[in-house]
Write a protein that binds this ligand. Structure first.
Ligand code: GLU
Length: 482
């Protein structure tokens, strides 16, 4: 049915649409940044919804008031926007829905599916200890008591009356999963301060938001069992679940904030393009044949739940670089130049004026082939961005000593008269000049490269001349000759 449609190939697409609109969501708890694993979860949910003409919604699970600061929430929204993941409708605040959560809890009490539990914290602790020793799940004595026995003016929690029957789920990634019902506690739904707990709030919110497909980390798998019990008690349809393995570090261990780059912002700062990161994250836990590189259109076209992998995936920076390099090459030169410029904003040791930007833009076609990240691209453009006179020390200055200086002076005269200032024409001019001088090309190319780039990485020297144009080339040469 619905699940089969989703699982099967997209030729069932129209059937699926007629059946029901797909609604997915991303439901992060604010931690101060958008976690790379969260970003992948968001991507999968967004792709799945968009691929089926559905909706991708965003809910911030901001019930932990201390952590849910304005900045912390903003960081998540900015991370998602940077990554190009747009959500439909307003962002839902879980905290603001507390009244609704309480109403649903009351419904559960009225139906007998939940009950008020008057155990004091000390009694709860003692009971917890006891059931742990006995190896059974926690069952509150209040589940069977008459409410009239309730002590006056005492705090209470509301607990779910654990049904005790086994729970079976078909997860789109994990397959059929089964839990023994007797292992589940009488779950607290409402704390003594009357705040709702995670499992209750998630079910109510997902239901009210119309969410019918949930892709999330497999650390929530057991929650799916508890949540499905709550769905059943409320007579609501349980969504389709797909629990994906977490992302591990390059060492195969769990990602650690101390050792690994875990925030989307860190990857942005390392110079990955949003499109590159989307592609990399897509492949980190999802596959279709052995295709590595995906445009956005191809992602939408290909994404399905079937391709989600069961094995934990490892971050691999080399792979990330090669995916990003592919996207760099496909990115429009002007757009890449603008992206680079936003990275250079605070560099006052480099030229960032319009002239410098025009040089970078005119060389971008070649420069972008030599870089897999914006950080590498930045290095590739330094030779264009140095202010004159370019500082030259030690070994570099030596290259320009003796014969070299006089040769550069003669070359200046040749270049002054060169009319065809294209890379190919300049190649010939330099070759001919070396021949006329009776020296190998190195004796010309090396000092010229030093004079023009100050030793910064640069492609072929004729390209450097062509991009800088005659006026700047002659001025940089003059700086070293004088
Ligand atoms: N807020 C939870 C988290 O950040 C996710 C809850 C869910 O996806 O059900 O891990």
């Amino acid at each position: 049915m619905l699940r089969e449609c989703c699982l099967s190939h997209r030729n069932k697409f129209s059937q699926l649409q007629n059946h029901k609109k797909i609604v997915t969501r991303f439901a992060p708890s604010p931690t101060g940044f958008l976690h790379i694993g969260g970003a992948r979860t968001a991507l999968f949910n967004a792709l799945f919804a968009k691929a089926h003409g559905g909706q991708f919604k965003l809910r911030i699970e901001d019930t932990d008031r201390a952590r849910s600061t304005h900045e912390s929430i903003k960081a998540i929204l900015e991370g998602l926007s940077w990554l190009g993941l747009e959500w439909d409708r307003d962002v839902v605040s879980q905290f603001k829905r507390t009244d609704r959560h309480r109403t649903v809890v009351q419904t559960l009490i009225d139906q007998g599916a939940a009950f008020k539990c008057y155990l004091t914290p000390e009694q709860t602790q003692a009971l917890r200890h006891q059931v742990f020793t006995d190896g059974r799940a926690l069952r509150s004595p209040w589940r069977d008591k008459d409410p009239s026995e309730a002590p006056q003016s005492t705090d209470f929690t509301v607990r779910f009356r654990a049904p005790g029957t086994d729970v079976a789920l078909i997860d789109e990634v994990q397959g059929g999963v089964r839990w023994a019902g007797k292992e589940f506690d009488d779950l607290v739904l409402l704390r003594a301060d009357s705040t709702p707990t995670y499992n209750l709030a998630v079910v109510v919110d997902d239901h009210d938001m119309g969410v019918n497909h949930i892709i999330r980390g497999d650390d929530h798998l057991v929650n799916a069992a508890r949540q499905s019990q709550i769905y059943a008690a409320l007579g609501w349809k349980t969504p389709v679940f797909a629990h994906i393995p977490l992302i591990h570090g390059p060492d195969g261990k769990k990602l650690s904030k101390r050792q690994d780059a875990v925030s989307v912002g860190a990857y942005r700062d390392m110079g990955y393009l949003a499109s590159g990161l989307r592609n990399y994250l897509l492949r980190l836990g999802w596959s279709k044949g052995d295709q590595e590189y995906f445009t956005d259109a191809e992602m939408l076209e290909s994404f399905d739940l079937k391709g989600l992998g069961k094995a934990p995936s490892r971050l691999d920076l080399n792979k990330m670089n090669s995916v990003n390099a592919w996207h760099m090459k496909r990115t429009d030169d002007a757009q890449l130049t603008d992206l680079l410029w936003s990275r250079l904003e605070n560099r006052n040791d480099l030229r960032t004026d319009d002239q410098a930007k025009a040089w970078v833009l005119s060389g971008m076609r070649v420069l972008k082939e030599r870089a897999s990240t914006l950080a590498e691209l930045e290095e590739q453009t330094y030779f264009l961005l140095r202010s004159r006179p370019i500082e030259m020390t030690g070994k570099l200055a030596k290259v320009l000593e003796g014969d070299a200086k006089a040769r550069m002076r003669r070359l200046t005269e040749v270049l002054r008269k060169t009319l065809d200032w294209t890379e190919t024409a300049l190649d010939h001019v330099l070759d001919k000049f070396a021949k006329d001088e009776g020296v190998g090309f190195g004796k010309v190319g090396q000092p010229l490269r030093v004079a023009l780039t100050g030793g910064a990485p640069a492609p072929n020297i004729s390209f450097v001349l062509a991009v800088l144009k005659r006026k700047e080339v002659l001025e940089r040469l003059k700086d070293v000759i004088d």
